[in-house]
Design a protein around this ligand. Structure first.
Ligand code: HEC
Ligand code: HEC
Length: 400
């Protein structure tokens, strides 16, 4: 595209040079023809000067005029289609150039302007933020290290719109502030868009997205990892998740536990607990601050098996909350419940949204494992003892 644009420019310069040269030649001949000796207008008045003969005028002169006109016409005739041919390339080149400028601006905001990097790490690799918890009188209660999820995979779990929402409004009660003008933050809508343009450039490949979680599981339990890959392979041609092969009950509970709770895998970006378990985002799951009622961003999931069928539950975790669409056949969702199975940005290349393929954060057998684990939370001894063992248990349940 760039090459086309340059070729077009070269042609433009050549045409310009030809036109200028022609003008100069015309000017010089004209001036020379017009130059006359002093007093000659008396001696040889213009009308007395012998003019060209008929032969000269009707053949030589006429031919010259006609040929140069035809030549110029040919140049225009060739130049216009050439210009027309190169125009899409020029436009694409301009678009690409603007895109590069946007990404560069987004990068500057990420690194220095808004310092996302301080919490979310270089290239969106994830990190943490020091956060002070005060009670309602502003008295210091605790200082915690709040996990800041990796952002190099954020566009696999949130649509562009979803990411824009978090950037605009932040997450009240967490270190993530409102950055966009709609939420009272310092950045313009254009700047928020530039940050999203930048985030696109640091997204990992679909393969890396999968292997990051897989390698983490392998480190914890190699046998489980092998069985997981075997089930995944057997599901390669499965399109209906309900008909997919699944791990054994024990394996699903073990795998679900890892995925639900872990905060060290990509800074909690694959985890559910960081939003669904009070305190999990700063390593103090279910630990009570006596003066501050604990709550979580998302609702407590113990008992979710009574709220939804397996299929409804799976669908929700798979595609996340879609604004305006109810879930569990009753509620309108908060769009901040991410999609974990299906990439919400896939298949929208026509809208200019990069397409990284249909797969999301978790594969089918991993999704089923998390779903099974959640539907078993009421029987989970750690959850029960944590809730039973504190005076503040009623306020633990965030959403309830
Ligand atoms: C002071 C630290 C801090 C800064 C600065 C910060 N963030 Fe965050 N951000 C967080 C934390 C912590 C969370 C997780 C909040 C939670 O637990 O729900 C978060 C959440 C997010 C999320 C939601 C991701 C998810 O999966 O839940 C996005 C997107 C995000 N931040 C982008 C940004 C961008 C872009 C910037 C720069 C404009 C930025 N953040 C600046 C700390 C920060
Ligand atoms: C960034 C925060 C966040 C993360 C991470 C997250 N969720 Fe959620 N989730 C929410 C929010 C917010 C809601 C509530 C939506 C509403 O009701 O408006 C929710 C709702 C749910 C519900 C419906 C509960 C009910 O009874 O209404 C289920 C089930 C669920 N999440 C499962 C999961 C699973 C499984 C994971 C991990 C794979 C997960 N969530 C990770 C924020 C999150």
């Amino acid at each position: 595209m760039i090459v086309l644009a340059t070729t077009q420019r070269i042609i433009g310069y050549i045409i310009f040079a030809v036109v200028v040269a022609g003008f100069v030649v015309w000017l010089v001949t004209n001036l020379r023809g017009a130059r006359a000796e002093a007093g000659s207008e008396i001696e040889l008045a213009p009308n007395r000067r012998p003019y060209l003969t008929d032969d000269e005028l009707e053949t030589k002169q006429l031919n010259l005029a006609l040929f140069s006109a035809a030549g110029l016409l040919a140049i225009i005739g060739v130049a216009l289609p050439l210009y027309w041919l190169a125009e899409p390339g020029r436009q694409a080149g301009a678009k690409e150039m603007y895109q590069e400028i946007f990404v560069e601006r987004g990068f500057e905001l990420y690194e220095t302007g808004a310092q996302c990097v301080a919490c979310h790490g270089g290239n969106g690799s994830g990190g943490s933020a020091t956060f002070i918890i005060n009670d309602q009188n502003g008295q210091f209660v605790d200082q915690v290290s709040w996990i800041a999820p990796a952002l190099d995979n954020v566009l696999y779990r949130y649509s562009e719109e979803g990411v824009r929402y978090v950037l605009n409004y932040g997450r009240p009660g967490t270190p993530m502030a409102a950055w966009g003008a709609p939420g009272g933050g310092p950045l313009t809508t254009q700047q928020i868009d530039n940050i999203i343009d930048y985030l696109w450039t640091v997204q990992v490949s679909p393969k890396q997205l999968r292997s990051t979680a897989d390698d983490f599981i392998k480190q914890i339990d190699e046998g489980l990892y092998d069985r997981m890959l075997k089930v995944r392979k057997s599901n390669e041609k499965v399109t209906d998740a309900l008909k997919a092969n699944r791990l054994s009950r024990e394996d699903e509970l073990a795998l679900g536990e890892i995925l639900f709770n872990n905060q060290s895998l990509a800074s909690g970006s694959y985890s559910c607990a960081r939003c669904h378990v009070p305190g999990a985002a700063f390593g103090k799951a279910y630990t009570s601050f006596s003066r501050v009622p604990m709550s979580a961003f998302g609702p407590d999931l113990a008992g979710v098996e009574n709220e939804a069928t397996q299929q409804q539950h799976f669908d929700l975790v798979n595609t996340g909350m879609v604004p305006g669409i109810g879930y569990f056949s009753r509620k309108q969702g908060n769009p901040q419940m991410p999609a974990f199975g299906t990439n919400p940005n896939a298949g929208q290349a026509d809208k200019g949204i990069p397409d990284k393929g249909p797969e999301g954060m978790l594969s089918i057998e991993q999704l089923w494992a998390v779903v099974r684990y959640e539907r078993n939370l009421s029987n989970d001894s750690t959850v029960k003892s944590a809730v039973a063992g504190t005076a503040e248990s009623p306020t633990f349940a965030g959403g309830k």
